[in-house]
Ligand binder design. Structure first.
Ligand code: GDD
Ligand code: MG
Length: 370
């Protein structure tokens, strides 16, 4: 049997609304599959065979979409938390399902191809109680800052540092190898943050960092980063199974593409999609399963999810159109506009500046130019 991984998916994902208004973040569609599929494919590739998924909010839907893990070569145990106990408290709910003396723990919101096998090997070699995956980032303020000694032991951990506290670019990437003895440091029965209460206590007591340079890593929590991740997958900047699929070209076999339409290689027109004539599907764009795009439309890093419909001459750039939504003729969407599932944007509207339309909302023709 291979390694076990606990994946934390208890967060609400509010910053990704409206994509997360009606579904939990782990099953937000990203290119052609639910986000969690990338994580599961990644861990399976590093020898993980068992996953304990710790979730709260809307778990039923998640279970339905991801299932028992068989199609990923994994066995998934679903653990529903009666109340949120924080990133460390959640581990107590996973504990009855843990089999080995060491296990992996992963934040459920990162897209990455980090070398987990190397991290497991370092953990064994160093005799650590905990080994944190580390990646360099430009701005560590939104993350957990990690100060490292030359022997890779952790000298300091600072969750969400202020700009003055920053003296390294290394942050915790949300992937840990942990020894079971970690439970001695987690009080039971209350909310406990692993970042604020456990890591600081482990400093000097067996906490190590494994630096993953040259690998891809992204926390997909905001519309900007969601669209960036979409591009990065389509540009093969991160190793995913989508890249394999795109080897045969960006247009799926059952999709239809009209005359004089141009489809960039770094995009995806998925099964059953119908694209009209003289359409430009630019790099970083996705037209989901069964979606319809009418004549003379321009897409640039635009995501049109399954079953959505886009009217003639619409121009979509850096935006997301939700599942089954309708975009009228001549509509302009840009600058991280997000249209919720099943919403309706009548013709002659223009939405940009990160504007978000709730699932099912209805915008009458020519009402918004923003
Ligand atoms: N089950 C469960 N229960 N999961 C939880 C809970 C809880 O009570 N609270 C948070 N989570 C999950 C979230 O769903 C997410 O997958 C993960 O734990 C981390 O929580 P976030 O809210 O996304 O934290 P963050 O992104 O601000 O910071 C964390 O991740 C950074 C890397 O992306 C920290 O671990 C930082 O240290 C780290 O740098
Ligand atoms: Mg996060």
């Amino acid at each position: 049997m291979g390694a076990q991984a606990v994946i934390l998916v208890g967060g609400k994902g509010t910053r990704l609304r409206p994509l997360t208004s009606n579904r939990p973040k782990p099953i937000v569609p990203l290119v052609d599959r639910p986000f969690m599929a990338y994580m599961l494919e990644w861990v399976a590739a590093h020898g993980v065979t068992d996953v304990v998924m710790c979730c709260g909010f809307l778990a039923d839907e998640m279970v339905r979409e991801i299932g028992d893990g068989e199609r990923f070569g994994l066995s998934i145990t679903w653990v529903e938390e009666p109340e949120p106990r924080g990133t460390a408290g959640a581990l107590w709910y996973a504990e009855p399902h843990l089999r080995d003396e060491r296990f992996l723990m992963l934040n459920g919101d990162v897209l990455t191809d980090m070398d987990l096998s190397a991290q497991l090997a370092q953990h064994e070699r160093s005799g650590a109680r905990g080994t944190l995956a580390l990646v360099p980032v430009e701005d560590p303020t939104a993350y957990g800052l990690v100060r490292l000694n030359d022997d890779h032991s952790v000298r300091g951990f600072l969750e969400k540092p202020t700009p003055e506290q920053i003296d390294t670019d290394l942050i915790s990437a949300g992937a840990y190898v942990l020894d079971r003895s970690i439970f001695d440091l987690i009080p039971q029965g209350r909310l406990v943050s692993i970042e604020r209460e456990v890591w600081p206590r482990l400093v000097g007591e067996g906490l190590y960092g494994c630096v993953h340079r040259g690998r891809y890593w992204m926390d997909i929590g905001t519309p900007q980063r969601y669209l960036e991740a979409t591009q990065d997958i389509l540009f093969w900047r991160v190793r995913t199974q989508v890249a394999e699929r795109l080897r045969d070209g960006p247009v799926a076999p059952s999709a239809e593409v009209g005359e004089q339409t141009v489809v960039d290689r770094a995009s995806l027109v998925d099964e059953g999609a119908r694209i009209g004539a003289r359409v430009a599907i630019g790099a970083g764009s996705v037209v989901g399963v069964g979606a319809e795009v009418a004549d003379d439309v321009i897409l640039e890093n635009a995501v049109v999810l399954a079953g959505a419909r886009v009217g003639q001459r619409a121009r979509l750039r850096d935006c997301v159109v939700g599942v089954g939504a309708t975009i009228g003729a001549g509509v302009v969407l840009g600058d991280h506009a997000m249209v919720g599932d099943g919403a309706f944007v009548g013709e002659g509207n223009a939405l940009s500046h990160g504007m978000r339309l709730a699932p099912g909302a209805r915008l009458e023709p020519s009402t918004v130019w923003f």
